[in-house]
Design a protein around this ligand. Structure first.
Ligand SMILES: [Fe+2]
Length: 333
């Protein structure tokens, strides 16, 4: 893994940093307001935009909750046992048959190959705890597809229940100890990859909060003028949604955290979100060139459109769910 400081997200070369500003109104490329279109039917989404130069098929996989483990995980059995017992009976959303979690993960990757996906986006909770065996399995299967992939963590990926330390500290520790290969050299907390003329921006919001360096990185990306897709685990707050949509939710905080003792983790902040997290939420939905937000976490599919920007929540891959997104230039519509 390339050594990049968590205190400085990888910045784009040649892009001027413009604190808190976005592109001029004339460059707006929102799909709904600038002549593009968007549809979501079941697990298939299509997005047409004049900002795109070529077609691209993306498979989003989230919340696979792989629980494979071996002797390397033995010292943490007490910390993994509750999540290891979860997701034992997984009824596939299409055929109604029961599969193991690894079977559903593999079948989804086969589907991505069969449908000639150009890019696989993994938006967290691919693992139920940071098991070396599960990471090895996922990497082997992903690499075997021959399809480029990118990953950002969810709140379970790095969580062994009942260990001392803040969520931020534990995230940093287990990413470095176990999850690092999943990032293929990128900065785990914020990075971007350009595929087919789209900048896919990965921001780790798995502690529900955004750090100052992540906000700065996002603002740099937003100022790039490139069409963006934002990929995170926890959905951004949208009016009417519960605290599961907990990145920027005004009711998020200790008073609404009812499972911190069950999950044996740090309780959510007494005072709610930090100003930085609220600033990130505001920046995202005011990004003119943001085509789409892809998230998971909720284990139920949903679509919200906020200020002209669609946010998809893809249901849990533990039951076979995925979303296939076709990005297309408007001329090909
Ligand atoms: Fe999950």
């Amino acid at each position: 893994m390339k050594r990049r400081s968590f205190l400085g997200c990888s910045a784009l070369a040649g892009i001027a940093f413009t604190q808190g500003t976005v592109q001029a109104e004339s460059k707006r490329t929102k799909v709904f307001t600038e002549g593009g279109s968007f549809s979501l039917t079941g697990y298939r989404a299509a997005l047409y935009s004049p900002a795109l130069q070529q077609s691209l098929k993306v498979f989003q996989i989230t919340d696979s909750h792989l629980t494979l483990d071996d002797e390397r995980g033995a010292p943490w059995l007490d910390n993994s046992k509750r999540m290891a017992a979860a997701f034992q009976n997984n009824i596939h959303f299409e055929d109604g048959k029961t599969y193991t979690v690894p079977e559903n993960f593999e079948m989804t990757l086969e589907r991505a190959k069969k449908e000639k996906a150009d890019f696989i986006v993994l938006t967290g909770d691919i693992f139920s705890f940071p098991s070396p065996a599960a990471v090895d399995f996922a990497l082997e299967k992903l690499q075997a597809t021959g399809i480029p992939f990118a990953y950002v963590a969810g709140n379970h990926d790095w969580h062994y229940e009942g260990l001392p330390g803040s969520s931020k500290e534990l995230r940093d520790h287990w990413i470095a100890e176990r999850l690092a290969p999943m990032y293929q050299g990128e900065n785990p907390l914020c990075y971007s990859q350009e595929i087919g003329g789209i900048r896919f921006v990965f921001i780790d919001d798995s502690i529900y909060e955004i750090l100052p360096e992540q906000l700065e990185f996002y603002r740099q990306e937003a100022a790039s003028g490139k069409p963006l897709v934002l990929c995170m685990h926890i959905p951004l707050y949208v009016p009417g949604r519960g605290v599961g949509f907990g990145c920027g939710h005004p009711e998020w905080g200790a008073a609404k955290d009812h499972i911190w003792e069950v999950e044996r983790r740090e309780i959510w902040r007494e005072d709610g979100h930090t100003p930085v997290t609220y600033a990130f939420h505001e920046a995202v939905f005011n990004t003119p060139d943001l085509l789409l937000v892809l998230t998971g976490h909720i284990h139920a599919a949903s679509l919200d459109v906020q200020q002209g920007i669609p946010q998809i929540v893809t249901a849990h891959n533990a039951c076979g769910h995925f979303t296939s997104i076709d990005f297309k230039p408007l001329d090909n519509a």
